[in-house]
Design a protein around this ligand. Structure first.
Ligand code: AP5
Ligand code: ZN
Length: 208
């Protein structure tokens, strides 16, 4: 299936996408991970304010559309089934995506804003496996894993607040855009991860 997963920063897109790729054998296309792996890529030949993605990301701003559209276009051309996470983030990107592929299901993980701040400031990542943890909600059992956990550069409270502002301003209209087309599957993202997963899985199975 061709799956789009929408949600605010910290809503659980990465957490659920990991389960989706395993269950449905699709590629995980995530603009955030792709950009983090290329944070110092030289984008100065594009007409951008900064020379690399890093400046945008560390401030919680959107990386210019031109850069991100190219990443998604390339990844989609190589994928059969996919779960797309982190894109589109504004209406221009949504229009762009429409020209690149059809979608079988559009999921929206709905989570309240204060909960998002708590999730993001407590998030930790395993640099070896990419697994996502939380200091309170989902700590690793293995002390060796616990010791190597890292925090994302943009998970400071200040940057988190800015990311949420950018989400409200730029990405909420994208949620409305899919909702207006009658395509949006709203899922209660405040439930425990396994309960969210049950809803996500059932929704994809219904659509496929
Ligand atoms: P990106 O990497 O996409 O970050 P984001 O959208 O801010 O989302 P996150 O990855 O922070 O959250 P998530 O929803 O994946 O949550 P997770 O599962 O990890 O983008 C980063 C930056 O890249 C952007 O700011 C921008 O600069 C740039 N960028 C990316 N795409 C772009 C685009 N299209 N255009 C322009 N710029 C772009 O979970 C979070 C935490 O909560 C974890 O600790 C987890 O364990 C916990 N958790 C998850 N689910 C639950 C649950 N149900 N209950 C309790 N805890 C939970
Ligand atoms: Zn993510």
């Amino acid at each position: 299936p061709r799956i789009l997963i929408l949600g605010a920063p910290g809503a659980g897109k990465g957490t659920q996408s990991a389960k989706i790729t395993e269950e449905f054998d699709v590629d995980h296309i995530t603009t955030g991970d792709a950009l983090r792996a290329n944070k110092d890529m030289d984008i100065s030949d594009m007409d951008t304010e900064y020379d690399t993605p890093r400046e945008y990301m560390d401030q919680g701003e959107l990386v210019p559309d031109e850069v991100v559209n190219a990443i998604v276009d390339e990844a989609l051309s190589q994928a059969d089934g996919f779960v797309l996470d982190g894109y589109p983030r504004n209406l221009e990107q949504a229009e762009e995506l429409k020209g690149m592929t059809d979608l079988d299901v559009v999921l929206y993980l709905d989570v309240d804003e204060e909960e998002l701040v708590h999730r993001l400031t407590g998030r930790r990542l395993d640099p070896e496996t990419g697994d996502i943890y939380h200091v309170e909600y989902n700590p690793p059992e293995d002390p060796e894993v616990e010791e190597r956990l890292e925090q994302r550069d943009d998970d400071t409270e200040e940057t988190v607040r800015e990311r949420l502002r950018v989400f409200r301003e730029n990405t909420e209209p994208v949620i409305e855009y899919y909702d207006d087309q009658g395509d949006l599957e709203r899922i209660d993202g405040e439930q425990a991860p396994d309960e969210v997963w049950e809803d996500v899985k059932a929704t994809i199975e219904d659509a496929a």
